[in-house]
Ligand binder design. Structure first.
Ligand code: FE
Length: 336
């Protein structure tokens, strides 16, 4: 090659790298999300605006998405799975659907108890499941812990959501992690013995029953309380941070992991890091009145007004590991 030809070849190679290199890899990402469209689209739009990366997503129930990832295997177009509840994230890793990543940013942004010990998924928002009470019938000083709700002083005064919901399965799984099965079974039996009425299909109906005086106390995720009082600010409903003298409030996460067969894994990691960053954490948490995982980010003012609280620091992966045991235990205890 003449010097001129070498120069031309080099120039073409540079141009080629420029056109097909970073641009092609960065153009598109595919996300499967069990978080509904209203909760994820604003973040994806912000990310696309900032980076130019286009994000295609589908939303469905977590079980359906996990089945779909299994069925698609190596042919899946999905780069990332977003879902609610660590129990579901654990299930996805148990099926081998997510892969570990190394990331300094995620290490810094996501507390140890809110991510997979093997770095295959990371919590992105915190959901707290705590105690709610009728302010006309209960004084906060009468309340203390989830365990106390099993004591006979609450006989005929407790409402629960159904044990079929993963939130309660995770709560009981975390109690097993803390107390062991025999003690947890006694506690759950105590709850059942204290029920004012049959378990409710969702947290909102249960909170409404407390407000209506059908029962005095119950447990719910705080964002259901937030949504309800936003619509009906005068309901006699109070929030109580459970177990503050003990191990802390039961928390769970919404979170995400990169799929084992991701075609754009480097780009997916960039999105995951961005979602945990100061820039995006309010977008992720505030839209559903949840708490940011990133300790440097403050919650939405409405959420912050509920007060600060100590979280239970047991790793949320336990919610998955002990889920099957929790389901069996609740069944034995007669918790429908
Ligand atoms: Fe929910």
């Amino acid at each position: 090659m003449s010097p001129k030809q070498i120069f031309r070849a080099a120039a073409l190679a540079v141009a080629g790298a420029f056109l097909s290199g970073p641009a092609a890899a960065a153009e598109e990402l595919v996300v499967y999300s069990a978080r509904i469209e209203q909760l994820i689209k604003p973040m994806f739009d912000a990310y696309t605006k900032e980076t130019g990366v286009k994000i295609t997503f589908i939303t469905d129930k977590e079980g359906a998405l996990i089945e779909r990832l299994k069925a698609e295997g190596p042919n899946t177009p999905a780069d990332m799975l977003i879902t609610v509840d660590a129990g579901n994230l654990w299930q996805a890793t148990n099926e081998g659907l997510l892969k570990p990543v190394q990331s300094e940013a995620l290490g810094k942004n996501v507390p140890v108890h809110l991510k997979d010990p093997q770095n295959r998924w990371f919590g992105l928002s915190v959901r707290s499941r705590t105690i709610f009470y009728n302010t006309q019938k209960v004084k906060p000083a009468e309340l203390s812990s989830y365990e106390d709700l099993a004591s006979s002083k609450w006989k005929g005064r407790l409402c629960l959501r159904t044990s079929k919901k993963v939130y309660n399965q995770s709560l009981v799984a975390m109690m097993i992690a803390e107390h062991g099965e025999p003690k947890t079974e006694q506690l759950v039996k105590g709850w059942v013995a204290n029920l004012a009425t049959d378990p409710f299909p969702d947290d909102t109906k249960m909170l409404e029953a407390i407000a209506a005086g059908q029962c005095d106390v119950g447990m719910a995720n705080t964002y259901y309380f937030g949504r309800l009082v936003a619509k009906k600010p005068n309901l006699p409903l109070g929030i109580f941070w459970a177990n503050q003298q003990g191990s802390g409030v039961h928390v769970n996460v919404s979170g995400a992991g990169i799929t084992k067969h991701a075609k754009h894994d480097k780009e997916a990691l960039k999105l995951l890091e961005w979602l945990s960053s100061e820039k995006a954490q309010n977008l992720f948490a505030d839209v559903n009145m949840e708490f940011p995982v990133n300790a440097r980010v403050k919650p939405d003012p409405v959420v912050a007004a509920w007060g600060s609280f100590k979280q239970n620091l047991i790793n949320v992966a336990k919610a998955g590991e002990l889920q099957a045991a929790a389901v069996k235990l609740m069944d034995r205890a007669g918790y429908k």
